[in-house]
Design a protein around this ligand. Structure first.
Ligand code: SF4
Ligand code: SF4
Length: 322
């Protein structure tokens, strides 16, 4: 499936009446890095963390958002004509981009619908579990042949617990493997009720020092670490993920503390090192947000290998890149 078919597939999610709905911003098919085999990854919108390196800024808000891709705009002016709120203006000088007044925008979607150049998009739509199952079921044979399944990611998928639980339960009932990619930042009773329907947990440890964790993500790591210990006691398989960001969390002391924590757990399949990249930077521009980690470069392969050598020497099962 090419990118255009993927977008159409996502766009064609129907609206099957009222009832429980989740706010999702993407569905990626044929994913191979997030839980084993060939998977469908479902991305839920909204996140309680604000990690400085987040590569999906469009995932953070708990509501749909509008994005503008400057390079796609052909200057036809159609969006100005159709906007019922008067929220789109031409830039003041010739050749300047259009300007979207996000305060005034009602997210009606008319501009995105009429922009044939694909320069304006609405990120996020509400879907029901039956909507989602239609898409998931289309690739059943690939899950079965590859040992794959469905992974819920985000944003933070557990931030929509009722929808997530209902979707996971339905997927499991149909015999499809389930995984969640989560920060583990949520009350344990809610987490436990979600985990009843989860075959594999992918969870981050971003920094072991609580003060640094707060500075980098906006929240304490205490609940996260407590929850990971509790999952270990339940015996649910876990992959721990460590986003490796030069000069931010790749010091000897932090890597050692992370390794010590992981070694205390009984259910860890692997410690997955996710080297920092800047691929999400342009998305910040599309949302009119400034990029928080300006000046931090992606690590070289040699730097990553040098940084994780000590982890490998401890006998941990390390994978790089998820
Ligand atoms: S409709 Fe699309 S291509 Fe035309 S001016 Fe608006 S954003 Fe640009
Ligand atoms: S989504 Fe609707 S209100 Fe918002 S800018 Fe587009 S046309 Fe205007």
């Amino acid at each position: 499936m090419n990118w255009r078919e993927k977008v159409l597939d996502f766009d064609n999610i129907g609206d099957r009446g009222e009832g429980l709905k989740g706010l999702i911003f993407d569905v990626q098919k044929f994913a191979i890095h997030d839980g084993g085999g060939i998977r469908t990854n479902v991305f839920l919108k909204g996140c309680p963390l604000q990690c400085l390196w987040c590569s999906n800024p469009e995932s953070l808000a708990y509501k749909p958002e509008i994005t503008f891709v400057t390079n796609n705009c052909i200057g036809c002016g159609k969006c100005l004509e159709v906007c019922p709120a008067g929220a789109i203006h031409q830039g003041e000088t010739a050749g300047e981009d259009i300007i979207i007044d996000r305060e005034r925008c009602t997210l009606c979607g008319q501009c995105a619908k009429h922009c044939y150049a694909g320069a304006i998009n609405i990120i996020g739509r509400y879907v029901s579990v039956p909507d989602l199952m239609q898409i998931i079921e289309r690739d059943r044979k690939f899950y079965e042949q590859s040992g794959g399944g469905v992974t819920f990611s985000g944003g933070e998928p557990t931030a929509q617990p009722e929808f997530l639980k209902a979707a996971l339960a339905e997927i499991q009932k149909r015999g499809i493997h389930t995984a969640i990619e989560t920060s583990s930042l949520l009350p344990w009773d809610v987490y436990a009720s979600i985990l009843e329907h989860v075959d594999l947990v992918l969870t981050d440890i971003k920094h072991m020092d609580d003060a640094e964790h707060k500075r980098l993500t906006g929240v304490s790591n205490q609940l996260i670490l407590d929850n990971i210990r509790k999952i270990s006691r339940l015996g649910i398989p876990v992959k721990i993920r460590l986003p490796l960001i030069p000069g931010i969390n790749d010091s000897d002391s932090n890597l050692e503390a992370t390794a010590e924590f992981v070694e205390q757990l009984s259910n860890v399949q692997s410690l997955d090192i996710l080297p920092y990249h800047r691929l999400g930077e342009m998305k910040y521009r599309q949302l009119d947000i400034s990029y928080p980690l300006k000046g931090v470069e992606s690590p070289t392969v040699e730097h990553v290998e040098e940084r994780i050598r000590a982890l490998r020497e401890r006998g941990l099962n390390i994978s790089v890149g998820g």
